[in-house]
Design a protein around this ligand. Sequence first.
Ligand code: LLP
Length: 417
Amino acid sequence: QWSFAEVTDKENFYGNSNPIDLVKKYGSPLYVYNERILRARCRELKNLVSYPNFVVNYSAKANTNLELLKIVKEEGLQVDAMSPGEIFIELKAGFEPEEILYISNNVSAEELKYAIEAGVMVSVDSLSQLELFGQINEGGEVAIRFNPGVGAGHHEKVVTGGKKTKFGVDPRYIDNVKEILNKYNLRLIGINQHIGSLFMESDSYIEGIKSVLDIAGNFDDLEFVDFGGGFGIPYHKQDGQERLDLAQLGKGLDKVLREWVAEYGKEITFKIEPGRYIVAECGVLLGEAYATKVNYDRKYVGSDLGFNVLMRPMLYESHHDVEIYSKQDRESDNKEEVLIVGNICESGDIIAKNRLLPEIVEGDIIGILDAGAYGYVMSSNYNQRLRPAEVLIKEDGEDVLVRRRDTLEDLMRNYEF
Ligand code: LLP
């Protein structure tokens, strides 16, 4: 019955349990993660290329659940961080400071100091922040994010490289970079980029890599070049969407890296920085249908899956495949077109638009698939709703709570001073 398992890893996604019992046990809405799938994705990426000095930095912004981070660490990946908060939680999960790359963007001196004192490598993304870093940490080691002018992504809001975005240093300023490095006696040991989020073909990624390697050639003493994340997953599995061809990408990557190293004359470390690819498919968001209605010829299924729980559809018009789990046997196989909506007081609160699904009745459980990335981390208390609980299906099939649901008292926490 649980077809999502078949399209991911041919394993029962829900282990020894099932969506209905999980909601009964832990409440709704509920994020459910599958450990086996998470580990499988980590391993696929670790084996992407045959070039030996290759590091996968999990981009933890996609999902910072502590238990998931611990699994990623166990799999031998490193991590990136986007804020002191991410550094903090990554250290708690057991990552060593030297396994963390802080990719800073417009941050205060205090934030830079926090990272430097924690012993974490810092990447800065403008001349002005390089100056600030030099003032704070004269004689230190630093990385710089460049923007080679290439971008890609599933939505304009997540195309981070290219000529119209705020990120990275424009390579025309390489001489200025060198001046600031000299002025503060800084050693540039790494450069990084991120062209954007969610590519399904290797070409744009390989193009981005070539451009950043061209930039890297201007510096003598590098220890690493980090190509960023963006590895896509097929969100339209129910329509037969193909996976990203990792074998092809790996082959292309290997070739480019080996050729470049031969020219540069020094073996350096190459890093990739995927978030979504590692965690999206190991997560399902479960919710419950509470009401159905027809409003002016459109059928609505009202649920607890508001955009406070999963923002992606509202923010980027993102598609997530949906599965319905019924408590009773269905009387008919008829399908109907519905909109699945949440309980937030905004009309944009639609998690799935115009989907052809078996008739949904009150009490049915709704599964929003591929919700492990940018799900819980982007959830909020909007409307003073409580953020959901998170459950992990362990490799042995047992389910464990890995973060409790908010309580009403949590809403009062920041008034206590
Ligand atoms: N590295 C950097 C510097 C990034 O900014 C990002 C994502 C990544 C790595 C990881 O990208 P990924 O491999 O996950 O595509 N909230 C959006 C995605 C925002 C991504 C922002 N940066 C979404 O839900 O689609």
